[in-house]
Structure formats: C-alpha cells, structure tokens
Design a protein around this ligand. Structure first.
Ligand code: IMP
Ligand code: MG
Length: 174
C-alpha cells in the first residue's frame, strides 16, 4: 500500500508560475470570446480554482465527474458519467480542465461525449501529462508539466481519496 510521501517533484512556486503562464496563453487565445471552463472532478478542482482567478475573461464554470468501469487499476476505456454538467453546451467555447492525463481513455471518452452536444469548440488544458502512458491519440492544447510514469499525489490529486490537500505535487511509494 502506498503511504509515504517520497519526493516533492513540483513545488508550490513552480505550480503557481505554471498556472500563471497557462492563464496568459488561455487569455490570449480567448480574447473577446465567451468561455465555459469545465472541470473534471475531483482532481482538477484545485487547479481550476487557481487557474480561473488568473483569467480576466467572460467565463462560466461547470463540472463533470467520470469514472472507469471495472477494476480501478486498469483503464478499460469504458467510462461512465457520475455527475453530468448542469447546463447544455451547444454553441459554447469549451475548455476542459484536467488534473492529469495518463492513458487518455477518460478524457477521450469525455471529449467524444461533449462533442456530440454541439459545442462551438473544445480545447483541453491539463496540469500534468504522462505521455509515456498514452493509449489513445488526443490533442491537448495546454499542458502544464510533462512527468515520468510515477504515481503522484497532491494539488487536488489523490491516492485513495487522500493527499488532495497537499499544496505541491509529490511521488508516493510503499
Ligand atoms: P486516464 O484515463 O488513464 O488518462 O486516467 C486519468 C485519471 O487517472 C486522472 O484524471 C487521475 O484521476 C488518475 N491518475 C492517473 N495517474 C495518476 C497518478 O499518478 N496519481 C493519481 N491519479 C492518477
Ligand atoms: Mg481526473
């Protein structure tokens, strides 16, 4: 069982600087447009909270929650929506905000699902990316940090629902 914080791989200052950089890019790309920011619960909640406060744009936020069917350690690609958006998204410019993209299966499902609701546009922003683990092709528009294939927690990201409150990103090991 994973219980110990091993190494802090991204500290608070590095996260804050990256969030500001991403916000500059997003603000430039959406200048003069309306934007609907969709956070993927629960992991992206901390990142989203920091990111939107750096955006001087006409935004609204909504949240969606999805999980894989079957054994939690194996990404089957069969995803179910546990909490759907509160409002329709047809005609909206969507920015999906994720904590981490691993195999990409969850996000692929979400993009396909949301695309079928006729939004004007969908872009993706993730704080962390593990490209070595990708199983499906997915175009990510804004990436905070590429990280190696290690199990990390903190800044919204959990292990067994714990550690989301850590202000940094850390590796945990047994
Ligand atoms: P994917 O469908 O494999 O891309 O799954 C992505 C989801 O798996 C993320 O949103 C996280 O909830 C979870 N996940 C992937 N890697 C990690 C990790 O290193 N620590 C904690 N959760 C992770
Ligand atoms: Mg997630």
């Amino acid at each position: 069982m994973k219980t110990n914080i091993k190494d802090v791989i991204i500290n608070e200052e590095e996260i804050a600087n990256k969030v500001s950089e991403l916000a500059v890019e997003i603000q430039r790309d959406y200048a003069g447009k309306k934007l609907l920011v969709i956070g993927v619960l629960k992991g992206a909640s901390v990142f989203l909270a920091d990111l939107i406060r750096k955006l001087d744009l006409d935004i609204r936020i909504d949240f969606i929650s999805a999980s894989s069917y079957g054994m939690s350690s194996i990404s089957s690609g069969e995803v179910k929506i546990d909490k759907d958006l509160d409002y329709p998204i047809n005609g909206e410019n969507i920015l999906i905000v994720e904590d981490i993209i691993d195999t990409g299966l969850t996000l692929k499902y979400l993009v396909d699902n949301l695309s079928s609701r006729a939004p004007a546009d969908i872009k993706i922003c993730t704080l962390l990316d593990k490209p070595s683990r990708r199983e499906v092709n997915i175009a990510v528009d804004y990436i905070g940090f590429e990280i190696p294939d290690r199990f990390i927690v903190g800044y919204g990201i959990d292990y067994a629902e714990k550690y989301r409150n850590l202000p940094y990103i850390a590796v945990i090991e047994e």
